[in-house]
Design a protein around this ligand. Structure first.
Ligand code: AMP
Length: 270
């Protein structure tokens, strides 16, 4: 694995005419990231992973400061996975570019996390935009775990570049909790709460599939979930999986949730 600390150096060394798959991450890698990397290894000749804790997507300085970082462990894991290239850029490298177009999210897309984390998606889109202006991978891999992110990347970025966006399934542990770097802040008791929450939402989903009218029961579900100790629901919404509108049938919806488990903010969708 070749490690690059600058995009220019990477561009000099890597032949993007080969089928290169790109997996952007913020590090603290887990099985969710690994599944993206494995998809890329399967589909592409070369796999490029980036680790960059992107300051512009954090709407809270402490959250940025405390975000888990495990660079040494990550590098060892990526070597074992036979990743070809690792990019660990500096902030200045990403944001020095004059091409610093700020992406504005439309009013209709100001929903869910776009409301509760102002500026977050603008930051995500800015960094992906910078990467794709300067790197030319054939494919870029994103997890459905961050579904709204995937949706917005496809909508705002996907069309500007030749790079194809590849969505990858959410990886969960056996208790149905989606893997997340932030889970490292939770102990086993906390994880149990997240597991109960996930299972309750999955049950709710099955009920809606049987009886679409039950989609209106979110308030009741939120009330039930908030009874779990240390759980505070930020939002729980039933939305169309194609366009994220509230118009759904029993075949095309997902349930989106953001909640605090103690002081850790978790998002998921089912
Ligand atoms: P992050 O490091 O959190 O920015 O995530 C990097 C990529 O991994 C994003 O495309 C995420 O959607 C994806 N990802 C994170 N957790 C999971 C998971 N549990 N299953 C699948 N993909 C995931």
């Amino acid at each position: 694995m070749i490690i690059f600390k600058s995009i220019n150096k990477l561009n000099k060394e890597v032949n993007f005419k080969a089928k290169v798959g790109f997996v952007p991450t913020m590090g603290s890698l887990h099985k969710g990231h690994i599944s993206l990397i494995k998809s890329s290894r399967k589909k592409c000749q070369k796999t490029l992973v980036s680790i960059f804790v992107n300051p512009s997507q954090f709407n809270n300085k402490n959250d940025y400061k405390n975000y888990p970082r495990n660079l040494k462990k990550d590098i060892n894991l990526l070597r074992k996975l036979k990743v070809d290239y690792l990019l660990i850029p500096k902030s200045e490298d990403i944001y020095k570019n004059k091409n610093k177009m700020k992406i504005k999210i439309s009013k209709t897309d100001k929903i869910m996390c776009a409301i509760y984390r102002p500026g977050h998606f603008e930051g995500v889109l800015a960094v992906i935009n910078q990467f794709l202006i300067r790197l030319k991978p054939k494919y870029i891999f994103f997890g459905k775990k961050d579904y709204q992110q995937l949706y917005l990347v496809r909508k705002y970025i996907g069309k500007k570049f030749k790079t194809k966006v590849v969505p990858c399934s959410t990886i969960r542990d056996k208790n149905m909790v989606a893997l997340s770097s932030r889970n490292s802040f939770l102990n086993s008791e906390d994880i149990k709460k997240s597991s109960i929450l996930a299972k309750k939402i999955i049950k709710f989903k099955k009920k809606i599939i049987k009886n679409i009218m039950l989609r209106k029961n979110t308030k009741n579900i939120i009330f039930q979930l908030n009874k779990l100790k240390n759980i505070k629901i930020e939002y729980l919404e039933v939305r169309n999986e194609k366009n994220l509108s509230k118009k759904i049938t029993n075949k095309n919806f997902k349930i989106f949730v953001a909640y605090y488990n103690k002081n850790v903010r978790i998002i998921d969708n089912f």
